[in-house]
Design a protein around this ligand. Structure first.
Ligand code: SF4
Ligand code: SF4
Ligand code: SF4
Ligand code: FES
Length: 944
């Protein structure tokens, strides 16, 4: 019996609201108009046999197994392609239907290996189930004739195999790749008996366009497309619903278990963020959780030159507390602090910020969101009143024009990208604002109406120019603005935006984008019924990141594009819990729910609950911590799940700061780059061991459920709690649920949230309180949270990072689908088959001018440092711009990035660095030193 298969109603739900009455096998049923007979029957508990239909795909009608009889109609129509009609009388079981279905099954089985008992899908095969359902007992045709039984197995993909001998050519895989994933990698080649599934012309899966999302594997009703983990370990016997721990889409998964071993992760159909879809990372790249590099015992050392010494938890916690106490005694209360991680659960993050505020007794807590989306919080709160995106992901299905700015959804947010691509194939129009020609600009059945390939650092002039056209050409929604926005700010913003320097012609000069293209894009956005903006780190990681976020909010308000489905300003958050780590009060100036620490009323509320006095002064931000460490004023740090030595800009400066600390405590899965400077290493837990919640980019609070015990012996929130206790503060939660109860009690936007409630409803989008008991999918519906929407003037102040003769090119960075951030997890999986190293993309003209050819080793030098990496020559980047990813610590991409940062939030300007490139013969000095340190650590960098 299959214990983990998800229910399948055969065809997608009808979007209709009206219903019709039908009779199925003599029993009345009321279903939505437009529902297929197959689905109507299944909704009523009648399982009509089926093979080519599944409820994630449009009906296809090829297998002829789902035949029914309809009173008053001739023949035997396929129930999957026939919609119900009012008064219809349907029979699903007659002797004629049984005979027809048996004949169909007989033909399938006559060309299918009869190895059910030893097949890895035995017990989880729809073909096997259907043979039983139609009562097939024997096959009249022999196997002597032409057949496919010797067809080869394609095992090229590291995670799944394709055994062509078992294929029934139902086309579910092809349709899943087209309709669900939008990659169009598969085709049915040939006709009739010769027809077969093919991943490109004579290509295997690995070499094809396939992006390994797993949608075809999930759709396949036989053992043809099968996870290798199931082939190796057998079928699961139970499942736990949890949430992917990679990106901010927050996909829900069934962790499918055999005993205490995970054998498969299957995207959960009821997951509201992903609706049963996945990408290669969440679906397959979870093996890092049991990688041999994982540290399982706490370790301490007096000096970083000493070898690590494994100790028991009690000793590690006591040692940590004592060193922190000593530092504070000697250097004062404010000499230590902590960094929370967007990789961790809300509950884990909350206790770290509480440790800092209630046990360290200062506000020196910051989060890694500082270096990615802090401008989102500032910009959206200032203009709209809430530090978060405005829409649910599903809203994109109502958008007519989609503007993607500084984001690469197909690589960074793949499951949402698939949904966006579906909407684009339905006819929505696309504007891409990006220095590179990202995949979305031109992909199967999609072509952007406008790609504005701006120079890195010129987002603000572009958004101003778009607004300039909209205002000057009368495309603004005056009525909306008059009703909903602050009119004084509207008038002054209009004056600013109409200045000549914001005209497309003037901005064209600055940004390198054709003025006509800017005008055309503005007209498209400004005249759409529903226009939506999606943006990423290509917006925030600039010295004007906050200005640009406000610029986008201005544009959306001016055109009336906030407050309903299909519109909005939507950050595509990078990490799984960026939203949550910000919500939990891990900024140095804000308590949970974005309330300033200087507010007495708020402080009093926390003080009464926590039994301490909270410092009313904001603490250090991450860059301030590093500066103070270099200056010798900041001496101790507790870093939760974050590799600052690799992920923060200006590596030399970060390393100098970390080396200067008297006590650095790192809590992580692996000995990361930061741990090279640590005195205490506290092993962390993977998402498979965590009990808590993540909050995705659409403010959705998802449950993360443990599928196994913490492998290193302790929940992460418990580690933090015990450090607090050792420091003398009585933190005493019995479980993670109790932490969420406290968060809910102290945070107005979370008042109704609890594990119990989430277990009942699945997930919920905050605010979730008495005003919105079931959460808030769309923000600012009747009015902006701040009251009147505020237009903020967004004059362009260029970055201080300028090109010159010595550094004539601009470096910008991004990521690829198969890898995740600094690669700590994904580099420890088979995803490495798609990634060998970080490459530097160079335009052919820049390459030629420097004698650089494809694959050549080049040195990349900035004012801050130099590294060496391999070049690839491509027109994806424009002349004057180079681009690389940052997934491997050995690349050291942040050795060259600068200390420039967003004026409002200090978010580093990763996306703009003036550089020069030249052919190189060997790696840089920093890379030599890095390799030496890695060798000293006794740790080989894990690649390939
Ligand atoms: S591989 Fe599976 S889904 Fe694809 S056609 Fe064959 S049986 Fe159907
Ligand atoms: S894994 Fe995804 S991309 Fe690859 S063929 Fe299957 S559906 Fe298409
Ligand atoms: S899209 Fe993001 S959340 Fe979803 S499976 Fe991929 S990495 Fe995980
Ligand atoms: S399930 Fe209807 S024709 Fe295949």
């Amino acid at each position: 019996m299959n214990r983990t298969r998800q229910a399948d109603l055969g065809t997608p739900a009808s979007p209709a609201t009206e219903t019709v009455d039908v009779e199925i096998d003599g029993l009345p049923a009321t279903v939505k108009a437009g529902t297929s007979i197959l689905r109507a029957a299944r909704e009523s508990g009648v399982d009509i046999p089926k093979l080519c239909a599944t409820d994630s795909l449009k009906p296809f009608g090829s297998c002829r197994l789902c035949l029914v009889e309809i009173e008053g109609r001739k023949g035997y129509p396929a129930s999957c392609t026939t919609p119900v009609e009012d008064g219809m009388k349907i029979r699903t079981q007659t002797s004629k239907l049984s005979q027809l279905r048996r004949n169909v099954m007989e033909l399938y089985i006559s060309d299918h290996p009869l190895d059910c008992l030893t097949c890895s899908a035995n017990g989880d095969c729809e073909l096997q189930d259907m043979a039983g359902a139609v009562g097939l007992r024997d096959v009249r045709y022999g196997f002597d004739g032409e057949n496919h039984l010797d067809a080869p197995v394609d095992a090229s993909n590291p995670y799944f195999q394709f055994d062509a001998s078992k294929c029934i050519v139902c086309s579910r895989c092809v349709r899943a790749c087209d309709e669900v994933q939008g990659t169009f990698a598969l085709t049915i080649e040939g006709r009739g008996f010769k027809s077969k599934v093919s991943a490109g012309i004579s290509e295997d899966f690995l070499d094809s366009e396939c992006v390994s999302c797993g949608a075809c594997v999930q759709a396949c009703p036989t053992a043809t497309l099968m996870e290798k983990s199931i082939v190796d370990h057998g079928l699961p016997d139970h499942k736990v619903i949890t949430t992917c721990a990679y990106c901010g889409v927050g996909c829900s998964f069934q962790a499918e278990m055999k005993g205490d071993q995970v054998v498969r992760m299957t995207p959960w159909k009821d997951g509201q963020a992903n609706h049963g879809h996945s990408c290669v990372k969440g679906r397959f790249a979870w093996g890092y959780a049991s990688h041999r590099d994982r540290v399982m015992k706490p370790m301490i050392r007096e000096k970083t030159s000493d070898p690590w010494r494994e100790v028991e938890w009690d000793e590690a916690i006591e040692y940590t507390a004592q060193r922190f106490k000593d530092i504070q005694t000697k250097h004062g209360r404010k000499s230590i602090g902590g960094i929370t991680s967007s990789r961790c659960t809300n509950e884990e993050v909350y206790v770290v910020q509480k440790l800092v505020r209630a046990a360290f007794l200062n506000n020196n807590v910051d989060t890694c969101a500082r270096v990615c989306h802090s401008p989102t919080g500032y910009g959206l709160k200032t203009t709209l009143g809430t530090s978060a995106g405005t829409q649910p992901f599903d809203s994109v299905m109502d958008a007519d024009v989609i503007m993607v700015i500084g984001a690469n959804p197909t690589e960074g947010h793949p499951v949402f990208a698939s949904q966006m691509k579906r909407r684009l194939r339905e006819g929505a129009q696309l504007i891409v604002v990006d220095p590179r020609e990202i995949g979305l600009v031109k992909s199967p059945h999609i072509e952007a109406q406008h790609h504005l390939p701006l120079l890195p650092g010129t987002n603000v002039p572009i958004i101003n120019a778009l607004a300039h056209v909209i205002v000057s050409e009368g495309l603004a929604d005056e009525k909306y603005v008059q009703e909903r926005c602050d009119l004084e700010s509207w008038e002054s913003w209009k004056t600013m935006i109409l200045k000549p320097e914001n005209s497309p012609e003037a901005v064209g000069e600055v940004s390198g984008v054709d003025a006509d293209a800017i005008r055309a894009a503005a007209r498209l956005y400004g005249s759409a019924d529903n226009a939506a903006i999606y943006y990423g780190l290509g917006v925030t990681e600039h010295s004007q990141g906050s200005t640009m976020v406000m610029g986008m909010a201005n544009l959306a308000m001016a055109t009336g594009n906030i407050g309903r489905s299909g519109v909005g300003v939507n950050p595509l958050r990078g990490q799984n819990n960026v939203q949550g780590s910000c919500d939990m009060g891990s900024f140095p100036h804000e308590l949970a729910g974005y309330r300033h620490v200087s507010g007495e009323e708020v402080r009093t509320q926390f003080e009464q609950h926590w039994g301490v006095t909270i410092d009313p002064e904001p603490g250090y931000r991450i860059p301030n911590m590093f500066d103070a460490a270099v200056a010798g004023e900041f001496r101790g740090m507790y870093i939760q799940g974050e590799d600052v030595a690799q992920s923060d800009p200006n590596t030399h400066h970060v390393e100098a700061a970390l080396s200067n600390l008297d006590c650095l405590v790192v809590q992580d899965l692996f000995l990361n780059e930061t741990a090279k400077f640590a005195h205490v290493f506290l092993p962390g837990t993977s998402f498979l061991e965590k009990d808590g919640t993540f909050i995705n980019a659409e403010r959705r609070i998802n449950r993360v459920r443990p599928v196994m015990e913490p492998q290193q012996g302790k929940d992460e929130w418990r580690i933090t709690q015990e450090i607090a206790q050792a420091l003398g503060y009585d933190m005493n939660y019995p479980n993670a649920a109790a932490i969420m109860d406290e968060i809910a009690e102290l945070t107005p936007t979370f008042n109704n949230v609890s594990f119990k409630f989430l277990d009942e409803v699945g997930s919920v989008q905050w605010p979730c309180n008495d005003d919105a008991p079931m959460g808030t999918p769309i923000m600012h519906v009747d009015a902006f949270v701040r009251g009147k929407g505020l237009f903020v003037e967004t004059d362009y102040v260029p970055t201080e990072e300028r090109t010159n003769r010595k550094f004539p090119l601009l470096l910008t960075t991004g990521r690829i689908l198969s890898q995740y951030n600094v690669g700590a997890q994904t580099r420890r999986t088979a995803n490495n088959v798609w990634y060998k190293e970080d490459l530097l993309e160079v335009h052919p003209s820049d390459a030629e001018a420097r004698g650089i050819t494809e694959g050549m080793l080049v040195s990349l030098a900035s004012r801050k440092g130099d590294i060496t990496l391999r070049a690839t020559i491509t027109e994806r980047v424009k002349p004057g711009v180079v681009y690389t990813t940052f997934h491997n610590p050995e690349t050291g991409a942040n050795v060259v990035t600068t200390e420039h940062s967003d004026w409002a939030t200090n978010c580093p300007e990763y996306k703009v660095t003036a550089v020069q490139i030249a052919p190189a013969s060997h790696r840089s000095q920093w890379q030599d030193e890095f390799a030496e340190r890695a060798a000293e650590q006794g740790k080989i960098a894990e690649t390939n």
